[in-house]
Design a protein around this ligand. Structure first.
Ligand code: FRU
Length: 493
């Protein structure tokens, strides 16, 4: 039975969603049917198709009582819209159906495991939420919340764990046929942890262990965890709140962290290394899936909580997902490359080889806002360049800048002049791995975003932009002299 609250959301999105013309949306990045989108939820395969749910408030472009929006895709590029899947319509989730995961059950049904938020008051009278984990089971379109909800509550927490910050289950089926879930939690020192739970049927859960804790080193509350094996390593992802920068590796505020290590079922997770997942302005709360062909694919919310008030005027949707990215571990680092299906949408190739750059250069056939372009830059002889910059989404007043400084080994992404009218941070710099002054940048643009993949995906940096679509020039500029190769494809839909 569809509740009135869910039916109202479905009617609303069916009535007003189609009013938004395709040209006002990204061509291949997932967006909400209407209104607000944050975290990806339930990114998983079900009956051979890839489903993506998302944190959703259809009625405005602001965060509000959380519903789950629903999309599916055959190729990670084109998204088909399905009716909203969950609404906050039960006592245990009346303040929101927060983030969670999805898994195909042994009997062929699809299970959603999500955080139900209940609003109450603390001893001082202030509003205080209680978070529990709840189950809804369905057929890929309609879901029934289970009578036994919540299936995990304060009684399931380890000692010192907070029932106020206990959220974002990511669920999968283990090789032993049991279901596993990682869940974010806050510990007694105020900072984050990831808890691992196990269940035979998805309804009765037991705590396995705490996998890792921040100890106030990598931010405070850890949101939206994920946990998987990849290329011989065990990978733990989390999105920490209140991050303190560590050099240029992590930026302040809402960050992302990838912990690489090993896992032993008897002794637990041993962390060997930590790195940021995305070094740009807009990326948070990523989730991964294991595709039937063995690829581990990640998608993130291409926004950041610190930048969400910066919206284009009169928008009817807000929030978009990143491009799904294929993950691998190389030289002890998490690497990301755009999902290979993107290449099917490439038009004609425009290629320029060994182009000397000294001052500003534009190249025939290199422009546009639906672009997949790889630029390789190297020094000319001994007289190396001091900086190199690529300006995209450019007209007389606007540009988004990607700048490389070989002496510092830093890359900077700057969207100060990219159609945002708020006085917020618009630039991020990060260290890239030195390669004797040479760097390879793959830049993917989709109307309202720029995603940069450095040196074959060793690092990624994402930014939402709102520059008018007529700003479509691309130029290259060097301080000193450089040589570059450019391979550019228009993306065609
Ligand atoms: C992360 C997050 C989650 C929560 C959701 C609420 O962006 O804060 O922890 O489940 O958003 O919309």
């Amino acid at each position: 039975m569809t509740s009135d609250i869910l039916q109202k959301a479905r009617d609303f999105e069916a009535q007003y969603g189609p009013h938004i013309p395709d040209s006002e949306r990204p061509a291949f990045h997932a967006t909400p049917t209407i209104g607000w989108m944050n975290d990806p939820n339930g990114f998983s395969f079900y009956k051979g198709e890839c489903h993506l749910f998302y944190q959703y408030h259809p009625y405005s472009v602001e965060w509000g009582p959380m519903h789950w929006g629903h999309l599916k895709t055959r190729d990670f590029i084109r998204w088909e819209r399905l009716p909203a899947a969950l609404a906050p319509d039960e006592r245990y989730d009346a303040a929101g159906c927060f983030s969670g995961g999805a898994v195909e059950l042994e009997d062929g049904r699809q299970m959603l495991l999500y955080t139900g938020v209940q609003r109450g008051h603390n001893a001082e009278g202030f509003i205080q939420d209680i978070q529990t984990q709840c189950v809804a089971i369905g057929d890929g379109v309609d879901y029934v919340k289970q009578a036994g909800n919540p299936v995990l509550d304060a009684a399931s927490l380890p000692e010192g764990g907070s029932a106020i910050d206990f959220r974002d289950p990511k669920v999968w089926r283990g090789e032993d046929g049991r279901y596993y879930a990682v869940i974010g939690n806050r510990t007694e020192d105020g900072s984050g942890a990831v808890l691992l739970y196990r269940s035979a049927d998805g309804l009765e859960w037991e705590l396995v262990r705490t996998l890792d804790r921040s100890h106030n080193q990598y931010g405070r509350m850890w949101e939206c965890p994920d946990f998987f094996r990849l290329d011989g390593k065990q990978v733990l992802l989390a999105s920490p709140q209140d991050m303190t920068p560590i050099g240029l590796e992590f930026h302040a505020g809402n960050g992302t962290v990838c912990l690489l290590g090993s896992y032993d079922p008897d002794t637990g997770f041993t962390r060997e290394r930590a790195q940021a997942i995305d070094y740009g302005l807009d990326f948070y709360a990523p989730q991964t899936l294991l595709a039937p062909d063995g690829r581990r694919i990640m998608i993130g919310w291409m926004q950041n909580w610190s930048t969400v008030n910066a919206k284009p005027f009169h928008c009817r949707w807000f929030g978009q997902m990143s491009l799904p990215r294929e993950l691998s571990v190389r030289d002890g680092r998490l690497c990301q490359t755009p999902v290979r299906e993107l290449e099917r949408y490439r038009g004609e190739r425009v290629s320029h080889r060994n182009i000397p750059v000294c001052g500003e250069v534009d190249l025939p056939g290199v422009r546009g806002r639906l672009v997949d372009m790889t630029v390789t830059v190297r020094p000319i002889g001994q007289n190396s360049y001091r900086w190199f910059r690529i300006r995209v989404a450019k007209d007389g007043e606007h540009d988004t800048i990607i700048r490389y400084k070989p002496d510092e080994s830093t890359l900077k992404i700057d969207r100060t002049r990219s159609g945002l009218h708020h006085d917020i941070v618009h630039t991020r710099s990060f260290f890239v791995r030195p390669r004797d002054g040479e760097i390879e940048l793959r830049i993917v643009m989709d109307r309202f975003s720029v995603e940069v993949f450095v040196n074959g995906g060793e690092q990624a940096a994402s930014a939402a932009i709102y520059t008018d679509q007529s700003a479509s020039a691309i130029t290259f500029e060097a301080g000193g002299s450089a040589l570059m190769d450019v391979d550019k494809y228009e993306l065609i839909f």
